[in-house]
Write a protein that binds this ligand. Structure first.
Ligand SMILES: C[S@@+](CC[C@H](N)C(=O)[O-])C[C@H]1O[C@@H](n2cnc3c(N)ncnc32)[C@H](O)[C@@H]1O
Length: 274
């Protein structure tokens, strides 16, 4: 029998409600084709004939299938040194400030870390800044809702093409190459060991972390959320950021109409209003 992999408006509406409720991700009508293409693989794996069957399957096996459903829908686009002026600002302004305070520990959170390029870039920037000098203990928490990308991030191995725009010096300092053709590169252990990858749904009311952070990166994540979710999220970030900390969002994101509890310090770089 030929399978009907067309997502009807009705099934789209039902699945869209579920992803919004579970992950805060808001999909407008134009995203129907996107959802269809992202879920087809899952239908094939489960040997289901159509999306209506998938919807029933999801509800019947919610505890286990929810994760696969969320993993399929999330958009995980990322890059090393993405929006690089943020890392330049870290080196020029944020890290010298932390340095002057003589902290024993630098606490950084990459919220929505995808496959790891962002937290690894953050760690490399800290190592670069301190160079050979004694540096504070770096504690870098990297979280995402998607367990599949977190698995890749933990391994820290990337095909050479992912590093095409990365400086040769950075590659030789922070990556081991497997020497194959084409080559894969793995982030060196001294960098990987600084990063704690954890699954965290930013939609949760309470987060498990006990202490505040010096820097919170949440870049290219809030674009998928509606205003209400964004408002709750920034209230959480406000609580989790130290009074003199920094919060960075994506270049195409904006918080001016969402919250007035942060003031602009650089391009999409914010500090707390106290
Ligand atoms: C486009 S990527 C951005 C990656 C990186 N921050 C960057 O700017 O390159 C967005 C990430 O947010 C994650 N995400 C989406 N909804 C989330 C939620 N409710 N809680 C936690 N992470 C979420 C996705 O799984 C995805 O990996």
């Amino acid at each position: 029998m030929i399978k009907d992999y067309n997502l009807s408006d009705g099934d789209f509406a039902k699945l869209r409600d579920i992803i919004y409720r579970e992950a805060g991700i808001r999909l407008n009508d134009l995203k129907k084709v996107l959802m269809q293409s992202r879920l087809i693989k899952r239908l094939r794996e489960l040997n289901l004939d159509n999306f209506s069957e998938y919807h029933d399957y999801l509800l019947d096996n919610f505890d286990t299938e929810k994760i696969n459903f969320i993993n399929a829908i999330t958009t995980n686009k990322t890059d090393f040194f993405r929006e690089n002026d943020h890392f330049e600002y870290m080196k020029k302004v944020i890290l010298p400030g932390i340095d002057r305070k003589g902290l024993k520990e630098i606490r950084i959170w990459s919220a929505g870390c995808s496959t790891g390029e962002e937290p690894y870039t953050i760690a490399m920037t800290v190592f670069d800044y301190y160079g050979r000098r004694q540096m504070p203990e770096l504690l870098l928490l990297a979280t995402d809702i998607d367990t599949q990308v977190l698995g890749k991030a933990r391994v820290g191995t990337y095909p050479g093409e992912r590093l095409a725009a990365v400086d040769e010096n950075v590659i030789s300092t922070y990556f081991n190459s497997d020497g194959a053709d084409p080559c894969n590169y793995t982030v060196k252990d001294f960098v990987r060991s600084k990063i704690y990858f954890r699954r965290l749904n930013l939609l949760q009311d309470e987060y498990p972390m006990k202490k505040q952070f010096d820097i919170i990166f949440c870049r290219n994540v809030i674009i998928y959320f509606d205003r209400e979710t964004q408002t709750r999220l920034f209230a959480n970030f406000y609580r989790y950021l130290k009074d003199d900390g920094y919060m960075l969002i994506g270049h195409s994101e904006n918080i001016t109409s969402i919250t007035d509890r942060f003031s602009l310090a650089g391009r999409t770089i914010y500090r707390k209003v106290l």
